[in-house]
Every structure is written in structure tokens, then in C-alpha cells.
Design a protein around this ligand. Structure first.
Ligand code: UDP
Ligand code: MN
Length: 297
């Protein structure tokens, strides 16, 4: 298994045909040691990406909105997705909720649809988060797998789109670098270290710390990913274990074993709480402030 050098390499602009951005960013890592591109603003030309996207490509966006998250976040999430997410493409939102009647009626553009799937309401917020892997896997093996989407992105609801989030984010399998951790040394990353857990990564293992708030890929790749994570979560539960960062811990383990084809820079899922960073130019998706006391009670 390859070890990722954390050394920065110059921006790859081989495929960049447009003019360089006047505010070209500082050097960032743009390619993993296994050859997957890391997408930063300025490393792709949005117009070219749009043209190259296969015509009539349908993109799915899954989002869970359960308990208080449904009323608090879903409307803003969908409204901003209408403004910025895959504009000009066919998009299907797959909303997983226990309260279909409370799903806001957001006005959708042409070629954009919304489907609602019912999920059971778990009591603990950790379970709502973890159960997503199982629910997604079941859906991908059934009704969602038979649906129209060629690529699917699976995202958290407690965030909103702020800039164009387009087909540059699509690939066979896609992982998101977590905003707080992308500059950390590998050995300090908060992987699950308890060797009894299915999510455990030993010393020297783990490539990057990936964020469970954005991951995606083809139906086949997502079926494999969600199966792996759901299996690990189930195994831990039967042993009375819960990984440090729940489903996210299993996600980083899965992507360590099955390398993602594309990584999204933290710009794709940013939090202003991290502070100013010279390499973060135009965040596409922004975390909502964490109001855990209100939402998780
Ligand atoms: N979630 C939900 N209801 C809950 C807890 C979680 O709908 O009570 C869903 C929602 O999509 C949320 C995701 O699970 O964005 C992950 O939970 P959260 O955002 O609280 O985790 P964090 O991003 O803080 O790790
Ligand atoms: Mn979240």
C-alpha cells in the first residue's frame, strides 16, 4: 500500500486551456501518490468541464434530513443547490427522511427532480449519522440503483452551496478532504486507532482524513463503499464498539483500502471557522454553524 508524500507539488495545469487565474493560489498537492487528481479551484476550467460532461448525464445528490435537521437545514440546502449544484445538468435529489410531509417545496429548475425516501428515526444522533451507510447501501442495491443517476454524491444537510459546484467533482469514486485536517501530519490524523474496531488504521496506514459530509461515485463504487462501511459498523456494534468518528472513521478505512479516483480539495466543503487560508479561494459548499446543543438534544 503506497504512502502519500505530504510534500507539495506545483499545480498541474496540463489540461488547463483557459487563462490562468490572476490570483493563482499557492502551491498545493494536486495529485495523490496513486495518481488521483486533487481538485482545487484553478486546476480545472469550468467551461471545459461543463462541455466535456457527457450529454444527458444525470447526477444524483443524496441527503439525509432526520429529526431537527429536516426543518432547520433542508430548505436552505435545496435552495442553494438549485443555484449552484451542477447547473445545466440533469439532477435528482434523493431526500431521506422520517417526515416526507415536512419536506419543503422548493421550486426546481427544468431537468431537476426530487425523490423522497422514508427512513426510520433513530434516537441517538450518532445512529442517524451511522445508519446512513446501511440505508444508502440498501437503496443503491434497490430503487436508487435502478434510478436514472450515472453519478451520485452523498452529502450532509447541515451546509449550503455558495459557489458553482460542477461536474469537475465527479468520478468513479470521490472523496473529500476534511477542512480542519488537510494540513495535518498523517500520523496525527484522527483515524480510529483501537485495533478491535473494523475502522482501525495502524501506524503508517491511512492516506488522508476524509470528510463523511461529501463522498460519491458511480452506483457500483458506492455500493461497494457503503457495503464496506455498513459491514464494519455492524461488526463494531455486535462487539459493543463505536469508532471515534462513527461512519466517518469507516469511510477513511474504506478509502485506504479502495483508493478514491478523485479527491476534492477542502474548498468543496469549507468552514469559515477554520480561519483564513491562502489556498482556499472560492468555497463551493459551506458548513452551517454547529448548533449541537439545539439539534442533538
Ligand atoms: N443527521 C440528521 N439528523 C440528525 C443527525 C444527523 O438528519 O439528528 C444527518 C444530516 O444529514 C447530517 C448528517 O446526518 O448532516 C451528519 O450529522 P452531523 O452533520 O450532525 O455530523 P457532523 O457534520 O457534525 O459530523
Ligand atoms: Mn454535518
Amino acid at each position: 500500500m503506497g504512502v502519500c508524500p505530504l510534500a507539495r507539488i506545483p499545480l498541474l495545469r496540463d489540461n488547463f486551456t483557459g487563462p490562468l487565474h490572476p490570483w493563482a493560489q499557492p502551491e498545493v498537492l494536486t495529485c495523490t501518490c496513486w495518481g488521483a487528481p486533487i481538485i482545487w479551484d484553478g486546476t480545472f476550467d469550468p467551461d471545459m468541464t461543463q462541455q466535456e460532461a457527457v450529454q444527458n448525464l444525470t447526477i444524483g445528490l443524496t441527503v439525509f434530513a432526520v429529526r431537527r435537521y429536516l426543518v432547520k437545514y433542508l430548505a436552505c440546502f435545496l435552495e442553494t443547490a438549485e443555484q449552484h449544484f451542477m447547473v445545466g445538468q440533469c439532477v435528482v435529489y434523493y431526500v431521506f427522511t422520517e417526515g416526507p410531509a415536512a419536506v419543503p417545496r422548493v421550486r426546481l429548475g427544468p431537468d431537476r427532480r426530487l425523490r423522497v425516501a422514508r427512513v426510520v428515526r433513530e434516537r441517538r444522533w450518532q445512529d442517524v449519522s451511522m445508519v446512513r451507510m446501511r440505508a444508502l447501501h440498501a437503496a443503491l442495491g434497490g430503487w436508487l440503483g435502478r434510478c436514472e443517476a450515472r453519478f451520485v454524491l452523498c452529502v450532509d444537510v447541515d451546509q449550503h452551496f455558495s459557489e458553482a459546484f460542477g461536474s469537475e467533482a465527479l468520478a468513479e469514486s470521490v472523496a473529500q478532504l476534511l477542512a480542519w485536517h488537510y494540513r495535518w501530519r498523517r500520523r496525527l490524523l484522527p483515524f480510529e486507532r483501537d485495533a478491535r474496531s473494523a475502522a482501525a488504521l495502524g501506524p503508517g496506514e491511512g492516506d488522508f482524513y476524509y470528510h463523511a459530509a461529501v463522498f460519491g461515485g458511480s452506483m457500483a463504487a458506492l455500493r461497494q463503499l457503503t457495503a464496506y462501511c455498513a459491514r464494519g459498523l455492524r461488526r463494531d456494534r455486535t462487539r459493543g464498539l463505536e469508532a471515534r468518528w462513527h461512519d466517518e472513521s469507516h469511510l477513511s478505512k474504506s478509502f485506504w483500502l479502495h483508493k478514491p479516483a478523485k479527491l476534492l480539495s477542502p474548498e468543496f466543503c469549507w468552514s469559515h471557522d477554520v480561519g483564513r487560508r491562502a489556498e482556499i479561494l472560492r468555497p463551493q459548499l459551506l458548513w452551517a454553524p454547529k448548533e449541537y446543543a439545539l439539534l442533538r438534544g
